[in-house]
Design a protein around this ligand. Structure first.
Ligand SMILES: [Fe+2]
Length: 289
């Protein structure tokens, strides 16, 4: 199926029911986020899909070997992320077998975008909503929506790290429970400038860890080398007050000293937030991935 997503994997009755559960999570009778999950249906991947994975993996891992955070690289190895096959979410070869023992995180198949509250509900359970389809070969350089390369290759290796794992769950719990649009916007910025586009200082050198950088050949190079990027030291308050722009390479990036710094800042913010806004709600927010 050239030029389009492998829709057969996400168009069945199970996927439609899952998307409904995700879209209506939080409404009366829709309080089980696990109903948003779908099986991977691995046999649905074509030979071309597998080739696309291998091409993406080879091209990007070569660059990341020198420019990604050691935490990312260690995580990728520890969940057995390999070029040979699109990652499994279920069964004996699954990344989840390794994650379970390392941090208790799991990757769960979803049919598409999740509304924000549904996405946060997954994170709060130490479960990462994972797009199962992969981009078409024709769009190998850029796909606007997430696919399994972005979600597994880009995000999941960090879930093998205990410190990042705790940070992400704390983020999910805080974002799920706050009803204040001001804080919702701040948390969206925090996610953007860390989970998606974060840099970290290791051995005096800037390294990549954000999934949007890790999974993008063009932007990973730009983030490390471009003189047009302003690389600021991470400070949670500053990050939360910085608007972000989409659809072009990021002009501002924030650099962590360590993942401990991120976890500790999130713990502190979460404690403040939850003591001020203890009740769960269902405000309308943008989708995440
Ligand atoms: Fe992402």
């Amino acid at each position: 199926m050239n030029g389009c997503i492998n829709h057969a994997m996400i168009d069945g009755a199970e996927a439609k029911a899952a998307q409904f559960a995700a879209d209506h999570f939080g409404e009366p009778g829709c309080d089980d986020i696990t109903k948003a999950y779908i099986a991977q249906k691995y046999e649905g991947y074509s030979a071309e899909n597998q080739e696309t994975w291998q091409t993406l993996f080879d091209r990007q891992m070569e660059y990341l070997a020198d420019h990604a955070s050691s935490t990312y690289l260690l995580g990728a190895a520890s969940i057995n992320l390999v070029r040979d096959f699109i990652p499994y979410l279920e069964g004996s070869k699954s990344v989840n077998i390794f994650l379970k023992q390392l941090t208790g995180w799991q990757s769960k198949g979803v049919p598409g975008y999740l509304p924000a509250k549904s996405f946060f509900a997954c994170l709060a359970r130490r479960e990462f909503p994972t797009t199962v389809v992969i981009r078409p070969k024709e769009d190998i350089d850029y796909l606007p929506e997430p696919d399994i390369f972005h979600d597994i290759f880009g995000h999941v290796p960090l879930h093998a790290d205990p410190t990042f794992a705790d940070f992400l769950q704390t983020y999910g719990k805080a974002a799920l429970l706050t009803n204040d649009p001001h804080h919702t916007e701040r948390l969206a910025r925090l996610f953007w400038f860390t989970v998606e586009f974060g840099l970290i200082r290791e051995g005096g050198v800037n390294k990549l860890y954000g999934s949007g950088l890790i999974s993008s050949p063009g932007e990973s190079l730009h983030a490390i080398t471009s003189s047009k990027v302003e690389r600021r030291p991470f400070d949670l308050e500053t990050v939360c007050n910085t608007p972000f722009e989409i659809d072009h390479f990021q002009p501002i990036l924030y650099v962590l000293d360590s993942f401990d710094q991120l976890r500790d800042a999130m713990n502190s913010y979460s404690n403040r937030l939850l003591s001020a806004s203890p009740k769960a709600g269902s405000s309308t927010q943008p989708a995440y991935n």
